[in-house]
Design a protein around this ligand. Structure first.
Ligand SMILES: Cc1ncc(COP(=O)(O)O)c(C=O)c1O
Length: 385
């Protein structure tokens, strides 16, 4: 028997019925006029979503592959790179740059804290040889958002030779991240997050400034050599075999987003985040991130509660998937995702079941009287009563 889970994790996410239908269509070959038409449409729509005049690439890889593609196409071995490390994914990107031979200077931040633009500016002023700055737009391990617009504009204005690469894997498609306007030089998104698909595609683009580096750097690359992909895309193809099934479903997702309108789509995700932040606090939890993102909310569970146990119970008993904390936040936080196909009733159900689960662990938490009152408030929030 297949259990239907309500996947409210910060990726992967619940799939829209139209996406599920697209994923189940019969196979077609990638060298066909039908697929060529789909690919051309996807490339065009992605440019609108990235808000860039430069080409956007669809790679058959997880998000980490896209992060690697941004690096290997723009860095030279031996380059000095500043990596903003505010959690698990910042740490991964720094490590990746080191593996490819960069000299990485790490700006390590306490989990949940956004980076200060002035600190980055000071660091670059003192280290003018830095060629690339790496930053997550949203660091998924803590749910924090970083000031990408201010960072991009500052780097572009004060350090015009430095590139700003952004991991938008849990941000792109969930919140505004206009690449050209915010002076982002390399941007990556991931299919299982705000692109509302299964895992398996990364989406990347470079600014005009970054393209100059792509054309001439000495880092060995093959699969992620995007010069080859650009040439193939210009002929209406992908260089390697295309991920037909996911690209066809991506086409449907992009239509769904643009039918709704980008602003309305972002507003929906924002409302889910507002809901979780408000009611999570009313249920005795606090926000882990000092600058909380709209993509996910990280809630500190009350003292004495193991968040890992709560997430397991929610999944086992109620078939609701949320995530616990990683590394230093393990057992301490719950991470609730706001991306994907989510109905207001599912958000209410999650909070009610979370209340019950906390109450079962510690009867002083989320007593039935409080939860009954909050249920009415939650329904009012969504206009369900
Ligand atoms: C911010 C961020 N960067 C990178 C990744 C890695 O993506 P993937 O697991 O698709 O390789 C994730 C995945 O959760 C992420 O949230």
């Amino acid at each position: 028997m297949t259990i239907e889970y309500n996947v409210l994790a910060p990726g992967p996410v619940n799939l829209h019925p139209r996406v599920q239908e697209a994923l189940s269509r019969p196979m077609i070959h990638h060298r066909t006029p039908e697929f060529d038409r789909i690919l051309a449409g996807v490339h065009k729509k992605l440019k609108t979503l990235f808000q860039t005049s430069e080409p956007v690439f669809v790679l058959s890889s997880t998000g980490s592959g896209g992060m690697e593609a941004l690096l290997v196409n723009t860095m030279n071995q031996g380059d000095q790179i500043l990596g903003i490390d505010s959690g698990k994914f910042g740490e991964r990107w720094c490590e990746m740059a080191q593996v490819y031979g960069a000299q990485v200077q790490t700006m390590k931040l306490p989990w949940g804290e956004p980076v200060k633009v002035s600190a980055v500016q000071d660091h670059l002023t003192k280290n003018p040889q830095i060629k690339i700055v790496l930053c997550q737009a949203c660091e998924t391990s803590s749910g924090v958002i970083h000031p990408i617009e201010a960072l991009g504009k500052m780097i572009n204005e004060k350090f015009p030779e430095t590139l700003f690469l952004v991991d938008g894997i849990t941000a792109l498609g969930a919140m505004p991240l206009p690449m050209d306007d915010w002076k982002i030089d390399g941007l990556v998104g991931g299919s299982q997050k705000a692109f509302m698909l299964p895992t398996g595609l990364s989406l990347v683009a470079f600014s005009k400034k970054a393209w100059k580096k792509v054309e001439q750097n000495n880092t060995p690359r093959f699969y992620f050599d995007l010069r080859k992909e650009l040439k193939a895309n210009q002929k209406g193809e992908t260089f390697f075999s295309s991920n037909v099934t996911l690209i066809r479903a991506l086409d449907v997702v992009l239509d769904l987003i643009f039918e709704k309108g980008l602003d309305a789509h972002f507003a929906e995700i924002h409302q889910r985040a507002e809901f979780t932040r408000q009611f999570g606090q009313k249920m005795g939890m606090s926000l882990f991130a000092k600058a909380p993102s709209d993509s996910l909310t990280a809630l500190n569970v009350p003292a004495g509660i193991d968040s890992q146990k709560i997430r397991t119970e929610l999944e086992k008993k109620h078939h609701i998937t949320v995530m616990g904390g990683q590394d230093q936040a393990r057992g301490k936080i719950l991470r609730i995702g706001h991306m994907g196909y989510i109905q207001p009733e599912q958000m209410v159900d999650l909070m009610m079941k979370l209340g019950q689960t906390l109450h079962a662990e510690d009867p002083s938490l989320c007593p039935p009287g409080l939860m009954n009152k909050l249920e009415t408030e939650m329904k009012k929030f969504w206009g369900l009563v």
